[in-house]
Ligand binder design. Sequence first.
Ligand SMILES: Nc1ncnc2c1ncn2[C@@H]1O[C@H](COP(=O)(O)OP(=O)(O)OP(=O)(O)O)[C@@H](O)[C@H]1O
Ligand SMILES: [Mg+2]
Length: 221
Amino acid sequence: MRNKDPTQPYRQGCVNGAAVVAGLVHRNVVKMVETVMHEGKMCIVFEYERCGSLHDYIHRYGRRGDSDARQMARDLATGVQYLHQQGIAHRDVKPRNVMLADVWPAHLKICDLGSAARTGTSGIMKGVVGTAGYMAPEMVDDSEYTMAVDEWSMGRTVAYCLTGRDPEIVIEGYRRYRREAHVPLEGCCSEAREWVRWLLEEVPVQRLTAEAALEHVWLQI
Ligand SMILES: Nc1ncnc2c1ncn2[C@@H]1O[C@H](COP(=O)(O)OP(=O)(O)OP(=O)(O)O)[C@@H](O)[C@H]1O
Ligand SMILES: [Mg+2]
């Protein structure tokens, strides 16, 4: 449910159960406030992020320069790392599901855990959820997958910050997707290009984890 009143906390329809988000406390994850019943449905109330979504911000102000994008990448990787440490795969990381708590310096918070799942002991999941343009190839193929789907989506999200181009494509088109063709990062520094390329690694076990992404040279600058 959309709530445009900035004095009120944001209320989201509870699809996935409050169990996944309850207790999550991290500067890069939108905080749950409470659950309430609203018109017969249980809703999760989140703290209101006044600066809007990352998608709307880039759409409005255009692609980010290296230093801004790096700060965004750092926040995203830190948030994804935290969720994974809690045993949670988000499964729908994308610019519309990232809020800006502040714009300068950028402070990002991951939101909308409506597609999230606790990974269980095997760490293996199944089921196509999320958004085509940001979906990892193993999920598009409807194969089994791991939390590494979030790192792919994070790579696409940061590519969006660097290029200002949103890969809104349907799944059929996505099956023919080739990363070099679809993420042209010309004009970005070589460290940023390499960072994105390692996250958009098609073989999940070779893809950078959020932890390794944080240690990459681009984020050390
Ligand atoms: N904590 C928040 N504070 C302020 N606005 C928020 C917050 N969380 C989400 N929003 C905004 O509320 C709107 C709906 O978000 P929500 O994620 O619930 O939509 P959705 O139906 O899941 O869409 P999508 O499938 O694209 O994620 C979006 O415009 C989003 O930017
Ligand atoms: Mg959403």
